[in-house]
Structures are given as C-alpha cells and as structure tokens.
Design a protein around this ligand. Structure first.
Ligand code: HEC
Ligand code: HEC
Ligand code: HEC
Ligand code: HEC
Length: 380
C-alpha cells in the first residue's frame, strides 16, 4: 500500500468483503484490531460479506463509525425494519472521472451472528437489486464498480444477467484472478481470502465515457518473504499481548485449581498401545466429538463450553489453545481417569472415573443422565 501511495497515481482502493473473523469472542477481539489497522488503509469501499455480520449489526456499526470503514451493500435489510443496513452505493471522483461503488451479497450465504436470533436479516435478489439501482446510479456517475460478494461462479452468472457495470471485484472467493478477465464487457478482478494477497490492476479509463481498459493485473502474495512494516509489526506485537490478557480475563471464571504442575495429561494416543479395545470404544463414542460439536456452533474458544468439552480444563497442564495443550481437545481418557503420569492399577482409576461423569453431565447439560444407561453407551 505504501508503494502505491508513493506512486501518487489516482487510486481506487477496494475490498470485496469478509473482513471480520469467525464467530468467537477471541476473534471478535482480533477483528477490533484488524478494523483499527484497516481504517488507516484509506479504502474507498468495502463490500459486505456474510462474515462481517458475525458479531451482529451493532458491532458492524461500531467498527464502521470508529474506524471510518466504508462498508457498502445494496441488498441486505434488517428484517424488523425492512431498511437496508448500509449505504447502497458511494460516489468517488478520481482524476475527473466519477465512480459509483456498489455491492451485493449472495443470498445463499447464511448470515449467523454471535449475538443470536436467526432471521435478523433479509437478503434481496442481487440481479433484481442491481437492475433497479444501476439505471439511477449511471445517471450520477460515469463508471460503475460492483463489489460482488458472490464467489466466482455466482459473480459470473450475475454479470451475464445484468447490464451497466464497468468494473467488478469478486469477493467470497478462494482464488486469485491472476490475469485480465472480461465477462459481458465487465473487467473482473479478485484476490483470495484472509488478506493474504492484494491484487492490483492498472486501468486506463476514458475520461468522457468512463470506459475501462485494463492494462495489467498483478497479485502480491504476503508470504514470509514480504518485508514487515515496522509500525504495523509493533502494533501486532502489542495486540498479541492484549489478546493474551483478554483470554486470561475470560478464562478467570475457570481457574486451574485442580491437579499438580508435576503431572501431565499424555493424550489418548498414549493409552492406545496397551488398551486398544478401550481406545476403539472411546473413538466410537460421543466424547471424541465433543470439541467438534463446539466448532459447529462457533463456540470453540468459549470457556463456558470448553470446560466440559475438553480434557482437564480446570487442571494444571490441562487443555489450552496453545501447543502442546491444544491436543487435549474432546473428552479424552484422562478426563475421566486423571493424569496419565500417575497410572493407578489398584482400582482407584476405575472408581475415580465412575465418579467423574456428573461434573459434566449436570442437570443443565444432560438432564437425562443416568449412570447405568449412559455407561452402557461408552463401556470399555
Ligand atoms: C469432561 C466432561 C465429561 C465427563 C467427565 C463425562 N462426559 Fe459424557 N459427555 C460429555 C460431553 C461434552 C458430551 C457430548 C459430546 C458431544 O456429542 O459433543 C458427552 C456425551 C456423553 C454420552 C453420549 C450421549 C448421547 O446421547 O449419545 C454418553 C453416553 C456419555 N457422555 C457418558 C458419560 C459417562 C458414563 C461418564 C462418566 C463415566 C461421562 N460421560 C463423563 C462430557 C463429559
Ligand atoms: C457442565 C458441562 C457442560 C458445559 C458447560 C457445556 N456442555 Fe455441552 N454437553 C455437555 C454434556 C454432558 C453433553 C451430553 C449431553 C447428553 O447427551 O446427555 C453435552 C452436549 C452438547 C451438545 C450436543 C452434541 C450433539 O451433537 O448432540 C452440544 C452441541 C453442546 N453440548 C454444546 C455446548 C456449548 C455450545 C456449550 C457452551 C455454551 C456447552 N455445550 C457447554 C456438557 C457441557
Ligand atoms: C467418560 C469417561 C471415560 C473415558 C473418556 C474413558 N474411560 Fe475408561 N473407564 C471409565 C469408567 C467409569 C471405568 C470403570 C468401569 C467400571 O469398572 O465400572 C473405566 C474403565 C477403564 C479400564 C478398566 C477396564 C477393566 O476391564 O477393568 C480401562 C483399561 C480404561 N477404562 C481405559 C480407558 C482408555 C484407554 C480410555 C481412552 C481411550 C478410556 N478408558 C476412556 C470411564 C472412562
Ligand atoms: C505400558 C502399557 C500401559 C499404558 C501406556 C497405559 N496402561 Fe493402563 N493399564 C496397564 C496395565 C498393565 C493395567 C493393569 C491391567 C489389569 O489390572 O488388568 C492397566 C490398568 C488400567 C486401568 C484400570 C486401573 C485401575 O483402576 O485399577 C485403567 C483405567 C487404565 N489402565 C487406563 C489407562 C489410560 C487412560 C492410559 C493412557 C493415559 C493408560 N491406561 C495407559 C497398562 C498400560
């Protein structure tokens, strides 16, 4: 970006959406930081992706105003009011040419929010939306730019159905568009996800007509070879510390009060060699899926859930998301039997395990729990 700004040429700086992280509290914290940095990138328009509603509308609005992020969308409405949640388009002028930037979201992308409540948003048909909007927009501007949060195939279909677009940036796509592409007279660009790439297209735009001719397209890969920016690096380091503090504060409700620093959870694989039959029974049980169930719910970093869906959460050297303790996902052997480093052979481990169930199978989370019938399902 610095290099582009130094060239001092008229620049349209665009993002086609999915800026925000996944639906966990930790990633929401990370997203705050990302938005803060993104605010200094001087973006002209950001298309709304379904991910950008992961933390609800309030949060999106908060980020938009706090960091001046120009989110745009023409087809997502708040169900309750029927109103569009963002400006449908934005007009910018560069070197005597006026550009109208608009964006649509694929209705097939499910919008789920951490704040809950399904059906908060209604997504209008993108083609119908653009057919209505574009004739109006064209009266105002010379060149229409669409940020299509539709993936590659969805975008291609849309561009063949709608007239009046000059430039299109594809969002919700996992591939870079490495060379110049034209669909139905529209110059199409796109770079892949997670900010790992930045695409640059040199355009030649006819002043009167706003007619676009792309000259060349390039993709920059932010791999390990890309030099660090000293200022951003400092901010990232600082943020990492903040994130640790944030996680610790949230975890504080579940302190590691049990066990001993001298003991270790060895992981279910370590039992396999001597107890293969027990391991197979475990592998087929729901306990082996406990963490995956959280992932499905987007709750895999919630202390409120991890406490029962991982091994040794409140024990010293128990589960954490840092290696090597992150291997202690799911309800493994040692969640019931205890630290593998103190392998008991005097009947104590069997007894301890029989008493372990109710710590997790409590009234709130397992109302039908009955030792005999439940043991029957996981016996080994
Ligand atoms: C560390 C917490 C924890 C302990 C201890 C624990 N469970 Fe579970 N159990 C879970 C979780 C979490 C699930 C749900 C897993 C999933 O499907 O995501 C579960 C699921 C089950 C299921 C499957 C329920 C179904 O409807 O299919 C059975 C059976 C079960 N546990 C039996 C037991 C028994 C018996 C004990 C004690 C010997 C026990 N559990 C100890 C956390 C625990
Ligand atoms: C006190 C322990 C405990 C806590 C806390 C807990 N769970 Fe569970 N969870 C269980 C147990 C035990 C079961 C199995 C219940 C049964 O089948 O009887 C279960 C089952 C589940 C299942 C059903 C698995 C399936 O596919 O059928 C899901 C999903 C789940 N929990 C998600 C969560 C989420 C999300 C949270 C946090 C908001 C959470 N749990 C917090 C103990 C817990
Ligand atoms: C959900 C809790 C739970 C998990 C997970 C679990 N066990 Fe157990 N295990 C028990 C209980 C309870 C008993 C004792 C049953 C009894 O004696 O009534 C037991 C018994 C055993 C025994 C003794 C069997 C015998 O014939 O005396 C072995 C060995 C064992 N478990 C190994 C494992 C291994 C290895 C794993 C992981 C691959 C594992 N267990 C996972 C609860 C669990
Ligand atoms: C080096 C082989 C070995 C490994 C590894 C091993 N065990 Fe054992 N385990 C044994 C032997 C041998 C016994 C005694 C068998 C008997 O008494 O029938 C035993 C007994 C047990 C029992 C019954 C204990 C009791 O209460 O008397 C449990 C439960 C058990 N093992 C669980 C585990 C778990 C969980 C792991 C992994 C953390 C594990 N074992 C790893 C060899 C091993």
């Amino acid at each position: 970006m610095d290099k582009l700004w130094q060239e001092n040429k008229p620049l349209l700086n665009l993002d086609a959406g999915d800026v925000f992280g996944t639906r966990t509290q930790n990633e929401r914290e990370q997203t705050r930081f990302l938005c803060e940095v993104l605010g200094s990138f001087g973006l002209d328009g950001i298309g709304l992706g379904e991910q950008d509603l992961n933390y609800g509308l309030e949060f999106l609005r908060e980020m938009t105003t706090q960091h001046g992020l120009p989110f745009i969308n023409a087809n997502v409405r708040e169900t309750k009011t029927g109103q569009l949640i963002l400006p449908a388009y934005k007009v910018v002028e560069r070197n005597g040419v006026t550009y109208g930037i608009t964006s649509v979201l694929d209705p097939q992308q499910q919008i789920l929010t951490l704040t809950g409540g399904e059906g908060q948003f209604t997504v209008d048909d993108p083609a119908a939306t653009l057919r209505e909007l574009l004739p109006r927009l064209r009266k105002e501007v010379e060149c229409v730019v669409l940020l299509a949060h539709m993936g590659e195939t969805g975008t291609e279909k849309l561009l063949n159905e709608v007239q009046g677009i000059d430039i299109c940036v594809v969002g919700h796509s996992f591939r870079n568009i490495e060379t110049e592409r034209v669909i139905n007279d529209v110059a199409v660009f796109g770079s892949a996800y997670e900010g790992r790439f930045i695409g640059k297209a040199n355009l030649f735009v006819e002043e009167k007509s706003g007619r676009v001719m792309a000259i060349d397209v390039g993709i920059t890969d932010f791999d390990d070879k890309a030099p660090e920016d000293a200022e951003v690096l400092t901010r990232v380091e600082k943020f990492k510390q903040d994130l640790v503090a944030f996680k610790d504060a949230r975890r504080a409700a579940y302190p590691r009060v049990h066990g001993s620093q001298e003991e270790q959870f060895l992981g279910d694989r370590s039992c396999f060699n001597c107890h293969e039959a027990a391991w197979q029974a475990y592998a087929a049980s729901a306990h082996r899926r406990a963490y995956t169930s959280l992932r499905k719910d987007g709750q895999s970093s919630e202390p409120d859930c991890l406490v029962c869906h991982t091994t040794g959460y409140q024990y010293k050297n128990g589960y954490s998301d840092e290696s090597p303790f992150n291997k202690l996902v799911n309800v493994q052997c040692e969640a019931c039997h205890g630290y593998g480093t103190t392998h008991a052979r005097d009947g104590k481990w069997r007894l301890q395990a029989r008493n372990s169930c109710v710590a997790c199978h409590d009234q709130a989370n397992s109302p039908n729990f009955n030792y005999a019938t439940y043991w029957e399902k996981i016996k080994h």
